[in-house]
Design a protein around this ligand. Structure first.
Ligand SMILES: [Zn+2]
Length: 197
């Protein structure tokens, strides 16, 4: 049985992953919401469940493909999704800012691959993985993510399937209504623990 949007949001809230407050995003913009996917995945039962959910979204033409996830964010969910599919699970990582397939991982010419991410916002890292796979002669066929943080699907070069769409409000410092209200700005990942949604 597939997870409903309400169940999914319940899972995010329960694990403290979906936060409300006043956040400085990595883009430099401010938002009233932050989604820390690592917190959902720290619950191993939830991680396994989400992997099975993503595996269930895989269309027949993606079946049998190798899972490739960008480190760090994609590694846990990539592994869980691959396990649910009985597929091989690889990851790419950055070296000097460049996405690469390392650790002795190899792909056969024409090997079909699906990119798995935790969160997709602009789709930059997914596009980088797609490009790495093509460069190695493999065939990226699709992408999966737990959450899509954009109102519109970014162009990834492959079709995307996400479990949830949670578009984030993002303002410049000048536009930010929370700055105007004098609310302290929190950089997610910092020591200060924001209030759960
Ligand atoms: Zn602000």
């Amino acid at each position: 049985m597939s997870l409903s949007d309400a169940e999914l949001k319940g899972l995010f809230t329960k694990t403290g992953a979906l936060l409300t407050g006043h956040f400085l995003l990595s883009s430099g913009l401010h938002s009233d919401q932050y989604f820390q996917c690592a917190l959902v995945l720290s619950d191993t039962a939830a991680a396994e469940r989400l992997g099975r959910e993503l595996a269930a979204r895989v269309p027949p033409e993606w079946k049998g493909a190798t899972i490739v996830a960008p480190a760090l964010g994609g590694v846990v969910i990539g592994h869980e999704t691959a396990r649910a599919l009985g597929a091989r699970s690889l990851f790419t990582e950055r070296k000097d800012g460049c996405m690469e397939l390392r650790r002795g991982f190899t792909l056969s010419p024409g090997e079909r691959c699906v990119v798995v991410e935790d969160v997709i916002t602009t789709g930059k890292s997914t596009r980088e993985v797609v490009s790495v796979l093509k460069g190695l002669g493999a065939e990226p066929v699709g992408a999966l993510s737990i959450v899509l943080r954009a109102a519109d699907e970014p162009d990834l070069g492959v079709p995307l399937k996400s479990l949830a769409r949670l578009p984030a409000a993002a303002w410049t410092t000048l536009e930010c209504v929370l700055c105007r209200d004098g609310l302290p700005l929190v950089k997610p990942g910092s020591r200060e623990k924001p209030k759960a949604a």
